[in-house]
Design a protein around this ligand. Structure first.
Ligand SMILES: CC(C)(COP(=O)(O)OP(=O)(O)OC[C@H]1O[C@@H](n2cnc3c(N)ncnc32)[C@H](O)[C@@H]1OP(=O)(O)O)[C@@H](O)C(=O)NCCC(=O)NCCS
Length: 190
């Protein structure tokens, strides 16, 4: 398991944010582990609020496995507390955005649990994901379904993403944006 400590000023009251990488492997035929179930529950809260993702509402265990675990290059979870008081506060995934010669571009998905927003955690996860993507051999990061009204657009812009495309009438008649950022400015893979 690859894990790391990310402790920035605003998170000191939480004892720091601990990042834990999940290694789902083949998950279709086994029960989910505690960390995976916590991720499923937290993601369903984001969906129930209609925030940022195309799913219309809470998703089943199998839909969660397909969306968050199957075929992912990285599944990173963020936690506060320890022992019985562990709380999942956010997560991201990375996967190839395309096959074969297009697989050098990563695609990612992010969320921060509502009580933890606007404290820099989303930006911290995004920074972390870019470094990890680079270290795993990706040289660019692309988002395919950024809602035009998602406040995360400001965050992405600040982190160097460019809006490179707009696809009409994707989500309930609303357009979605494609954002892209080269990762060439980050340390190359060792
Ligand atoms: C998008 C998301 C991950 C951002 O997470 P976050 O933890 O709120 O992100 P940050 O705190 O780093 O940045 C958000 C804002 O807080 C501000 N902020 C950062 N640190 C701060 C701090 N210490 N105190 C106050 N505000 C702060 C940032 O300036 C930013 O402002 P902006 O609205 O002008 O961009 C979160 O809102 C989320 O999970 N949304 C629902 C799911 C979603 O939309 N995911 C993205 C799909 S494309």
């Amino acid at each position: 398991m690859t894990s790391g400590e990310v402790t920035i000023g605003t998170f000191v009251d939480a004892g720091g944010i601990r990042l834990v990488e999940l290694h789902p492997g083949e998950v279709w035929d086994r029960p989910l582990g505690d960390e995976e179930r916590a991720l499923h529950a937290a993601f369903n809260e984001v969906l129930a609020a209609g925030e940022g993702y195309p799913q219309a509402g809470p998703i089943s265990r199998d839909e969660f496995v397909a969306y968050w675990l199957t075929g992912k290059s990285v599944v990173m979870t963020a936690w506060t507390g320890s022992g019985d008081s562990n709380e999942l506060v956010g997560a991201y995934y990375l996967q190839p955005n395309g096959f074969g010669r297009a697989a050098h571009v990563a695609n990612g998905g992010y969320f921060v649990s509502a009580p933890w927003r606007n404290r820099g955690l989303g930006g911290t996860l995004l920074d972390h994901s870019m470094t990890v993507a680079r270290s795993r051999g990706f040289d660019a990061l692309q988002f395919n379904f950024v809602f035009v009204d998602n406040p995360a657009r400001r965050l992405y812009r600040r982190k160097g993403f460019r809006e490179v495309g707009r696809v009409p009438e994707v989500i309930d008649g609303a357009d979605v944006l494609i954002l892209w950022r080269s990762l060439a400015d980050l340390s190359p893979p060792v």
